[in-house]
Ligand binder design. Structure first.
Ligand code: NAD
Length: 294
């Protein structure tokens, strides 16, 4: 069997065109331009590159972006003051603080200061907790991107065995919870899992987010499985690879995402989606007699 290679770029392009249309409607009907504020602390080159990508994505679909660059030495109070100002600014619909933050700043304090209704990254404790009950205000972007890929390819989730390799708060756990919400039978594996292959071989849908190149080899993949590779690793020779042995596994799987060109394209796309959704909610709250909960 040779897998269908899922073209994340093409899916993202299609969704972004749709989102551009939604921005046009917001402008023409409500005179609202969705806006995303991005706070970047310090000069980590990887963070700078992620932020550039996010801002370019905003531009592509017509979202206004505001970049706030702060020095590594910024105090937590000053950072929280910036967030508070953005929370109170009705022209801003999404607030994103690029992680990681310098060690002297408590990440949870920062993420929890962002208004839940502007938490377009979906990292606020309320949104994380909402994943358990299926009640988020915003879904976290990478897991949401995985879900959108499955939807786009018409891959059913209900009743299927899903194995998620990786249990981080931003990818593995939320992905598992979102797919469980769709009635999949879900197993989460992590670096202490004994005999990973015992679990991955059960997977109809295998989602891998471990950050370990070549962790998933064909011998531990079920024939016909759908393999979604979230991993993003730079090898010493500069090549970017995922966590899956792509060439080997594509001969055994039914669907597979490449790296690059798979899930990575979807993460920023879902951030754009969440920002537009936030602006739509704000616009309908101001035009509707029934205002949403603050
Ligand atoms: P993390 O380091 O926070 O978590 C890694 C998880 O993988 C942990 O739960 C750990 O226990 C598990 N793990 C590590 N080694 C393992 C092993 N040998 N066997 C089984 N489990 C193992 O990482 P993260 O932030 O969740 O990111 C994971 C990967 O996904 C990274 O490569 C990251 O770059 C990538 N990523 C990609 C996107 C995207 O948009 N494509 C977004 C976020 C993260």
């Amino acid at each position: 069997m040779t897998a269908k290679i899922i073209d994340g770029k093409a899916i993202a392009r299609k969704l972004r065109a749709e989102y551009h249309g939604r921005v046009d409607v917001l402008r023409s009907r409500h005179n609202v331009t969705p806006a995303l504020a991005v706070i970047l602390v310090g000069d980590n080159p990887a963070s700078q590159s992620y932020v550039r990508n996010k801002i370019a994505g905003c531009k592509e679909v017509g979202i206004r972006s505001e970049l706030i660059e702060l020095p590594t030495t910024v105090g937590e109070t000053e950072l929280l003051d910036h967030i508070e100002r953005l929370n109170n600014d009705a022209s801003i619909h999404g607030i994103l603080v690029q992680l990681p933050l310098p060690a002297h700043i408590k990440v949870s304090s920062v993420l929890e200061r962002i208004s839940v209704e502007k938490d377009v990254d979906g990292f606020h404790l309320y949104n994380m907790g909402g994943l358990v009950t299926g009640n988020t205000v915003f879904s976290p972007c990478t897991p949401y991107g995985v879900q959108k890929i499955l939807e786009h390819e018409n891959i059913p989730v209900e009743g299927r065995n899903v194995v998620v390799v990786g249990a981080s708060n931003i990818v593995g756990k939320p992905t598992a919870l979102m797919l469980m919400q769709q009635d999949a039978t879900v197993v989460i594996c992590h670096k202490k899992t004994v005999d990973l292959g015992n679990f991955t071989l059960l997977a109809d849908i295998l989602v891998v987010a471990a950050g370990v190149p070549n962790l998933i080899v064909p011998q531990i993949v079920k024939t016909g499985a759908v393999v979604i590779d979230v991993g993003f690793n730079r090898l010493p020779d500069g090549r970017i690879v995922g966590d899956v042995d792509f060439d080997g596994v594509k001969e055994k799987a039914s669907y597979i995402t490449p790296v690059p060109g798979g899930v990575g394209q979807m993460t920023v796309t879902m951030l754009l989606h969440n920002t537009i959704l936030s602006a739509e909610r704000a616009a309908s709250a101001t035009t509707s007699p029934f205002r949403r909960r603050a």
